[in-house]
Design a protein around this ligand. Structure first.
Ligand code: GLA
Length: 381
């Protein structure tokens, strides 16, 4: 901590909580289309030091911007000038809307080592963490699954991002060494071992490109999928796009506008790639897993169009290194992060070469991280 909790709030903290970031192994941009997704929680965290403050105000401080926000617990509204605190405030608002009684203020001091704007889902992390804190501090007994549901609702309605459930679920339900296979059509889930044979591991790489327009572009894709779904529902009895299969594509092509067809094609083929990836992961077949990551990335680049120069450069320089079996963007895209399957013993050289080549093209230094797969949100003290 740069400044101490004591120096900000004039009292000592009572508890410490943490929530992890997440990666998605495969199943991108299909969690709002009823698809299956395969995220995992990773060892980058937002931590929060907390005390009840015996007032009717919540006081929020982040070591990242050194400003103390003081907000009444009643009549909470989204306001541009509230900046990042719109996430914790939105969470309080959402729980109040559901009838939870939050009648005393909290002092919360947040710190984070999740690279800002990296697409590793720091917003869902902040939401889940705050929801969990509220549940613990006020004995609300909100289940991990409901934390994800409320956090998603808060992000959709208060922060106006039409995201699916993947991030909030991964961060709340995460488990050490496991990926979570989530069926977003009915929010059921099961844990899967992340098995990688022959000394390979997963590397996370951030483009470190400042993200712009991510929210509006994201919402645009959601709208395009909804247009596709509405049109196809005239022909097919479906509730969501992922009920279709790639055998339907020739017919679908005739029914849709070319741009919407490309979006729908990504969604349908990506969902099928999730099944294939899981089959390969059972046996730890890293060569085929790497190949499927590359196919996914190609589809996100050409059909879904959510990558761009920075992500494309980072994935292609990674793939060109002999230690790498496959790479793809992870998360929303438009900047943000990639994942790659890389031979563990060659990581040093991989890192050196990828950093140099990426910098030559973009004049930005990327971050390359080896992370652990960890548990979801919890109280640590
Ligand atoms: C963001 C959203 C998720 C998901 C991914 C893309 O991270 O929050 O719900 O849609 O993008 O797969």
């Amino acid at each position: 901590m740069l400044k101490s909790f004591q120096s900000i709030f004039k009292e000592e903290y009572q508890s410490i909580y943490q929530a992890p970031a997440r990666i998605n192994l495969i199943g991108e941009h299909i969690d709002y289309n009823g698809g299956k997704v395969l995220p995992a929680a990773i060892s980058l965290y937002i931590k929060a030091w907390v005390r009840k403050n015996n007032t009717k105000n919540v006081r929020l401080y982040s070591s990242l911007n050194d400003h103390l926000y003081i907000c009444p617990l009643t009549n909470i509204e989204y306001k541009e000038e509230q900046g990042w605190t719109n996430y914790p405030l939105g969470m309080i608002y959402t729980l109040q809307k559901h009838g939870y009684n939050i009648n005393e203020g909290l002092d919360i001091y947040y710190t984070s080592n999740i690279p800002a704007g990296s697409g590793l889902s720091s917003s869902a992390c902040l939401l889940d963490l705050t929801c969990f804190i509220l549940s613990e501090e006020f004995n609300l007994n909100i289940s991990k699954k409901d934390i994800a549901i409320f956090a998603k609702e808060s992000e959709n309605d208060f922060n106006n991002l039409s995201c699916g459930i993947m991030d909030q679920a991964a961060i709340s339900l995460g488990k050490e060494k496991k990926a979570i296979l989530i069926d977003t059509a009915n929010f059921s889930y099961e844990y899967k071992d992340i098995k990688l044979n022959d000394g390979y591991t997963i590397v996370v790489m951030s483009t470190n490109k400042p993200r712009k327009l991510t929210e509006s572009k994201y919402n645009e894709r959601v709208k395009e999928c909804n247009i596709g779904l509405k049109t196809l529902q005239k022909e097919y009895k479906i509730n969501n796009l992922c009920e279709l299969s790639s055998n339907d594509l020739p017919k679908i092509k005739e029914l849709l506008d070319p741009l919407i067809y490309k979006r729908v094609k990504h969604v349908i083929t990506e969902n099928e790639r999730v099944y294939r990836f899981i089959e390969e992961m059972k046996d730890g077949n890293v060569y085929n897993m790497g190949q499927i990551l590359n196919e996914s990335d190609e589809s996100l680049r050409c059909d879904y169009e959510v990558t761009g120069l920075h992500l494309d450069t980072l994935t292609s320089v990674s793939r060109n290194h002999p230690a790498c079996l496959g790479a793809r963007m992870t998360g929303a895209g438009f900047g943000g992060c990639c994942i790659a399957i890389v031979k563990e013993k060659d990581i040093k050289d991989f890192t050196k070469v990828v950093k140099r080549k990426y910098y030559e093209v973009t004049k930005i230094k990327p971050s390359i991280m080896q992370v652990e797969i960890v548990d979801g949100v919890k109280k640590i003290a």
